[in-house]
Design a protein around this ligand. Structure first.
Ligand code: 5GP
Length: 216
C-alpha cells in the first residue's frame, strides 16, 4: 500500500555561480558526467564562440538583435550583461525539464543568480569560491582566452563579487574539483530529503496508512 510513495515530483533548480575563474564550469562538467539525473541549461549569449565551443552545446550564440528580440518576448528566466556581452537563461527548457522531474543546473553569473532567487525561492543556490584570490588570478591568467584588459576587468569584478556569497544557500570552496563535486552531491541529497520538498510524499503515505487501517 505504500507503493504510491514518490520522492520529489518536480526537479530541483540548481544555481551554481561565483566569480570568473572560481571553476564553476569545470565543476558543472564533472557533476554532469557523474549524474544522469541532472541536465544543464544551455544559455544564450551575444559573445563570440571561443575555440572549440559549439553552438547549441556550450551556448546558443546569438546576434545582439536576436537576443534583444527574445528578451522582449519574455523568453528568458533571467539575463545579465557580463563584460559587455548579453547572457540569458532560456525559460522554456528549464520549465520543461523541471516538470519532467529531472534536476536542472544553471551555471550563471551573480547578477543573474540573484534575479533567479527573486523569482524562484525554492531553488538551491550554490556559490563557488576559489581557494584564494592569488589562485583565482592564476586561473584566469592560465585560461589564456582573455585580452589584458578583459583579464583586469574579470579580476577586479571577482574581488567585488566574493561579497555576494552571503546571499546564497551554500558556499563550496573549489581547491579540488573532485571534493567540490562531492560536496555539491551531498548538498543535493540533503535538499531532496527536505520535508518541505517532500510534502506530497508525506501526505500520500499518510493517506495510505489511514487506508490500510480502515480497509485492510
Ligand atoms: P564566459 O564568457 O566565460 O563563458 O561567461 C562569462 C560569465 O557569464 C560567467 O560567469 C558565466 O557563468 C556567466 N553566464 C553564462 N551564461 C549565463 C546566463 O545565462 N546568465 C547569466 N546571468 N550569466 C551567464
Amino acid at each position: 500500500m505504500m507503493n504510491n510513495m514518490r520522492h520529489c515530483n518536480k526537479g530541483l533548480l540548481i544555481v551554481i555561480s561565483g566569480p570568473s575563474g572560481a571553476g564553476k564550469g569545470t565543476i558543472c562538467k564533472a557533476l554532469l558526467e557523474k549524474r544522469q539525473d541532472i541536465e544543464v541549461s544551455v544559455s544564450a549569449t551575444t559573445r563570440n564562440p571561443r575555440d572549440g565551443e559549439i553552438d547549441g552545446v556550450n551556448y546558443h550564440f546569438l546576434k545582439k538583435e536576436d537576443f534583444l528580440k527574445k528578451l522582449e518576448q519574455g523568453d528568458f528566466l533571467e539575463y545579465a550583461q557580463v563584460y559587455g556581452n548579453f547572457y540569458g537563461t532560456p525559460k522554456s527548457n528549464v520549465e520543461e525539464v523541471l516538470e519532467s522531474g529531472k534536476n536542472v543546473i544553471l551555471e550563471i553569473d551573480i547578477q543573474g543568480a540573484l534575479k533567479v532567487k527573486e523569482k524562484a525561492t525554492e531553488g538551491v543556490f550554490i556559490f563557488i569560491l576559489p581557494p584564494s584570490m592569488e589562485e583565482l588570478k592564476q586561473r584566469i591568467i592560465k585560461r589564456g582566452s582573455e585580452t589584458p584588459e578583459s583579464l583586469m576587468t574579470r579580476f577586479k569584478s571577482a574581488y567585488q563579487e566574493i561579497n555576494y556569497v552571503s546571499k546564497y544557500n551554500y558556499a563550496v570552496v573549489n581547491d579540488n574539483v573532485e571534493d567540490a563535486v562531492h560536496k555539491i552531491e551531498c548538498i543535493l541529497t540533503a535538499e531532496m530529503c527536505r520535508v518541505d520538498r517532500l510534502k506530497e510524499t508525506v501526505i500520500e503515505s499518510k493517506e495510505d496508512i489511514i487506508h490500510e487501517q480502515l480497509y485492510d
